[in-house]
Write a protein that binds this ligand. Structure first.
Ligand SMILES: *Cc1c(COP(=O)(O)O)cnc(C)c1O
Length: 810
């Protein structure tokens, strides 16, 4: 808890307006949607893709009275009882405040950076060191400029070691992070190709990362990361297979599920059994081992603890549960910071008002009466219908909880009583430390899946939205297309995230898609493309807004609204400017407007058109003509009706290629899911990854054939893997006989023979592959689409509904 006046000198304040200088706060806020206890928060108006000053009013309404802002002209007069502090840059001020907080601690702070493995190394070290240290670890992958600052803010005096992850994507960022973290021990996990775009060379990237360690005496690094760039420094202790490495890897012996490493440290040699076989995990184990040796651990202890490690399913996942429930599975760690993130995610779910929490004891947390009350407050501001506690260290929490609660001594006891708990129709958050193995509970509650899943990364969706938002001028709205089951990605799960991210409109193709969103708790306005007369009842029932594209449908809708005695019902007027699909042609618009003007039953909310070749350079002139015609026709609409309407014409490629045509709104479609057919400089992330597994592997001789009609003729002795995906899942039959390629353990392998209904076969002769291995079905969806003469849209929307969707947020 700090008071405002004490922190002012530390955050670069230029001026301030303080009505109560001694106001205290303990939470940092920058996103109004995540404010819990307003009066306890200091709000930073960050100027990023959106201008935080625009949210001050909302933050104030949520009880916030302390603000850090940068806009000199911001009118503070409506907020008479609030404190305002002006700084040059609010993000920088937040970072400086975090640095000030961090400087109150003289505990070891381990700074972790590198291209891969940061989060795993952090989480493993947390587990490996837990018996001796009450470690603080930065939550999830909070490793950005903002994330690191927020992480450090959660450090308390109960912690005696901190593990902080730092990630950068361009030159200059690490200096700021070094300033806040000030690590006392450094870890570089490894250097790979990730995030290369922001750097001129590999050498520059490594140099930037190493800046985190400029004041550190000891840095643990793999020598392989340094060899390419002569960074050798006397502070570095290295692991690798070189003579000079401090921890030297002499031999690697792989078994079916474990690997035996022969190691030399100092004068002695050791054998260590590692419960993994993949190289990335082995690298991470070596990093952890050398860190523990550096901290003074005996090899004997390290060996025992390494054997405990398990691969982490670290991502928070949203899955369909039995009995119409939804399960948020976040069962690999438990600490206050990651609980907060999981609760935020729970809050975003609208599919049921009944929200329940299963919470295990925290690992390593020392509870004091005041920290118990803090935890209770965190839970009480959430609208929970029930809290189920596991373990017995949180007994005293129960009396402080508003929601009814139950306590079970162990996960087994909870599982025994599962029948008596009423979990149907609820959204259930499972949050527990590894020791409690709540994933066993998750397995019981989640619907059985078959082995093929489409993983949906909601964080990537959020990223893509903000990428496209950064192309828009202030005030331009965003409509997001969720038609065709959100391009194959899902329904309310996607819409929840879009609603949370404050898009302005959603669009579906059919009324029943819109109805499903409403039943899933989505309250945003929803436009329906080309509705049929027979669905007008449902349009009204679910408050959907129809696209009106012809005189016939206009007249029918007017008659319907009259009968229902509706007034000013919102409609969307579709103009045909050259696509020649649906919409009013220029010659028809006058008659349509006459009808609309004569009927108060409806009101034009938006008027729009669609470009036939928005991303196609060769069609630029045609697009320009379409835009000009749209301008003319939409002006006519406004002049005739006598009110302004929202005008929009750009789809995904149009957003980038026709910035002059954004008008009042854009319609983001495939770009939200991470694809843009036209060249662009945005950093998009693919939202869906379709995955399956190898069911069986066979050794077959040259001349044998594989699959129906003996189409797959083997030219050599081959290993053939059968995987559980076929054309009924949406894996197009034209991808058979080597046209399609999938990825196993990062290697591409071709299909062999015809694609079957539920399965297909791959040639894995040239790679390492085992039964049970994961298979990425579309490693390059652009290429797959091209090979069969289609476009990614068709492959994405073709993934069948029997393929289970699993959502995660990381
Ligand atoms: C599907 C659709 C879009 C989105 O197109 P993308 O190319 O996916 O961005 C926009 N407008 C209309 C009318 C659509 O039907």
């Amino acid at each position: 808890m700090y008071t405002l006046d004490t922190i002012l000198p530390h955050i670069g304040s230029r001026k301030s307006h303080l009505t109560s200088p001694h106001a205290t706060f303990s939470a940092l806020a920058y996103d109004t949607r995540k404010i819990r206890i307003g009066k306890d928060s200091l709000f930073f108006a960050l100027v990023q893709q959106r201008d935080g000053h625009r949210y001050i009013e909302e933050a104030y309404a949520k009880g916030v009275r302390n603000f850090v802002i940068s806009d000199n002209d911001f009118d503070i007069s409506p907020y008479i009882d609030a404190n305002f502090v002006w700084v040059e840059n609010a993000l920088r001020a937040l970072q400086q405040l975090a640095a000030y907080h961090r400087n109150h601690f003289s505990i070891p702070v381990i700074g972790i950076t590198g291209s891969n493995g940061k989060t795993i190394v952090k989480t493993w070290l947390h587990q490996l060191l837990a018996p001796e240290y009450n470690c603080y670890q930065s939550p999830k992958s909070y490793n950005s400029q903002l994330g690191v600052a927020l992480s450090l803010w959660n450090l308390t005096k109960e912690h005696n070691l901190a593990l902080i992850e730092a990630g950068i994507s361009k030159v200059g960022e690490m200096d700021a992070l070094q300033d806040i973290i000030r690590p006392t021990l450094g870890i570089l996990t490894g250097i790979g190709p990730a995030h290369q775009e922001g750097f001129d060379s590999e050498k520059q990237k490594i140099g930037e990362k190493l800046k985190l360690f400029k004041e550190v005496k000891t840095v643990v690094v793999p020598s392989a990361a340094l060899s390419s760039a002569s960074f050798i420094d006397s502070n570095y202790i290295t692991w690798g297979d070189q003579q000079t490495d401090n921890l030297r890897l002499l031999k690697v012996q792989k078994d079916k599920e474990t690997t035996i490493l022969m190691l030399r440290y100092g004068a002695l040699e050791y054998a260590m059994t590692v419960p993994f076989i993949d190289k990335a995990s082995i690298d991470n184990v070596l990093t952890c081992t050398l860190v523990m040796l550096t901290l003074g651990y005996e090899m004997e202890v390290i060996r025992k603890r390494i054997a405990w490690l398990r691969p982490l399913e670290m991502r928070l996942q949203l899955k369909k549960g039995k009995h119409n429930s939804n399960i948020i599975d976040d069962t690999y760690s438990n600490d206050l910071a990651s609980l907060q993130i999981a609760l935020d995610f729970l809050e975003q779910q609208n599919q049921s008002p009944v929200k329940k929490l299963v919470l295990s004891d925290f690992e390593g947390e020392e509870w004091t009466p005041s920290s118990i009350i803090r935890l209770a407050q965190l839970l009480n501001v959430q609208s929970l219908s029930q809290v189920i506690l596991v373990g017995n260290r949180l007994t005293s929490l129960q009396q402080h909880l508003v929601a009814p609660s139950l306590l079970f001594e162990s996960t087994d006891k909870l599982i025994d009583s599962l029948e008596q708990l009423d979990l149907k129709d609820s959204v259930l958050l499972l949050k527990g430390g590894r020791r409690f193995e709540l994933e066993r509970l998750s397995r019981l509650l989640v619907e059985k899946s078959h082995d093929t899943v489409l993983e949906i990364n909601l964080k990537a969706l959020e990223n893509n939205l903000s990428q496209y938002r950064s192309c828009l001028k202030k005030g331009v709205r965003m409509m997001t297309m969720v038609k065709a089951f959100s391009y194959g990605s899902g329904s309310f799960e996607i819409a929840n995230m879009l609603q949370f991210s404050k898009v302005d409109y959603l669009t579906v193709a059919f009324v029943d898609e819109g109805a499903e969103l409403r039943r899933g708790g989505i309250s945003l306005p929803i436009m329906v493309l080309s509705p049929h007369k027979s669905t007008f009842d449902d349009i009204l029932l679910y408050r959907l807004e129809p696209e009106i594209y012809s005189l016939r449908i206009l007249k029918a809708f007017v008659a319907f609204l009259k009968e229902r005695e509706m007034e000013a019902y919102p409609i969307h007027l579709k103009l045909d400017t050259g696509m020649h699909r649906l919409g009013f042609m220029e010659g028809e618009i006058e008659e349509a407007l006459a009808i609309i003007a004569a009927h108060t039953q409806l009101r034009v909310a938006t008027v729009f058109s669609h470009l036939a070749g928005a991303g196609n350079e060769e069609l630029k002139d045609f697009s320009t003509q379409q835009i000009a015609l749209f301008k003319r026709m939409s002006n006519q609409v406004e002049t005739t009706l006598g009110y302004t309407v929202i005008k929009h014409i750009c789809n995904t490629s149009g957003i980038v290629h026709h910035p002059e045509a954004h008008f009042d709104m854009v319609r983001l479609g495939i770009g939200a899911y991470g694809f843009d057919m036209a060249p662009n400089s945005l950093s998009l992330q693919e939202v869906g990854s379709l995955k399956t597994t190898i069911t069986q592997i066979k050794e077959l001789s040259a001349g044998e054939t594989v699959g129906y009609d003996r189409k797959g003729v083997l030219q050599r002795h081959s290993r053939i893997a059968t995987v559980k995906i076929g054309y009924a899942d949406g894996y197009d039959r034209r991808l058979g006989n080597g046209v399609g390629k999938m990825a196993i353990n990062n290697s591409l392998v071709p299909t062999v023979g015809n694609i079957c209904m539920d399965m297909c076969m791959l040639d894995v002769t040239d790679i390492v592959a085992r039964e049970g291995d994961e298979v990425l079905v579309f490693p390059d969806i652009y290429q797959s689409a091209k090979n069969i003469g289609t476009i990614p849209y068709e492959l994405l929307t073709g993934i069948s509904s029997r393929v289970k969707r699993v959502y995660f947020y990381e």
